[in-house]
Ligand binder design. Structure first.
Ligand code: ZN
Ligand code: ZN
Length: 223
């Protein structure tokens, strides 16, 4: 039997935090600034920023967001699957911001189940819940057609919140190629997008909201 090496029993040089220590650290000095966000950012991109600002590993963040799921399998970003109250406490964002960052499970089939992006928005670290909607073909800000395949191998990244997707912001989860044109600065979304782009996104959000209200009232008055 080989002798056990004394070195192997030494603690690692870098401290590895336990889950409880991560929780405590976030409770004491967790950071998130609402000004990093643009209107309509989905939960996934909010979590990319939160993970980046707090140096959080994907599996730890997943366990904090949804303790009942396997972090490698992840969770679909719909209201039914995520506890918004716990999420508010963790990220310290207003409830309404988090509610609109999630899709409605009742409307399954209306949003893409693969990550769908505008290359120019990705270059500004911006993703929108609007990009995921089936009825939208183009980015409201840049009028570019929306893509689901990575530029390198043409593979699709599932639209879920999982540990590996948290660790690959605006990248293909398989080959890690960037969806944008260069290196991203994840905290710079709001100042990076032009005012006219923000207004175009706001207009599109209002139009979608109106259409939803209209179709809901039609379906409730149908015999
Ligand atoms: Zn765009
Ligand atoms: Zn790829």
């Amino acid at each position: 039997m080989p002798k056990r090496s004394a070195n192997a029993l030494k603690p690692p040089r870098l401290p590895i935090l336990t889950f409880d220590e991560w929780q405590l650290r976030l409770a004491l000095d967790g950071v998130f600034n609402v000004t990093w966000l643009m209107p309509g950012e989905p939960l996934l991109s909010i979590l990319w920023k939160f993970a980046c600002a707090n140096a959080l590993p994907g599996h730890v963040l997943l366990h904090l967001v949804c303790p009942v799921v396997d972090p490698s399998e992840g969770v679909v970003p719909v209201r039914k699957a995520i506890n918004v109250k716990d999420l508010c406490r963790l990220i310290r964002l207003p409830r309404n911001v988090l509610l609109v960052s999630l899709h409605d499970a009742q409307r399954h089939g209306r949003y893409h189940t693969n990550f769908r992006y505008c290359r120019q928005c990705a270059a500004h670290s911006y993703h929108s819940v609007l990009h995921q909607l089936e009825e939208e073909d183009r980015c409201p800000a840049h009028q570019q057609s929306l893509e689901t395949r990575c530029p390198h191998w043409r593979r699709e990244t599932p639209y879920i919140v999982s540990a590996s997707i948290i660790e690959a912001p605006f990248r293909c989860v398989w080959c890690r190629s960037h969806f944008s044109y260069g290196r991203l600065s994840l905290l710079s979304t709001a100042p990076a997008m032009r005012r006219q782009d923000r207004l175009a996104i706001e207009r599109c959000k209002k139009r979608v909201r109106r259409t939803n209200k209209h179709s809901m009232s039609r379906s409730t008055t149908m015999p």
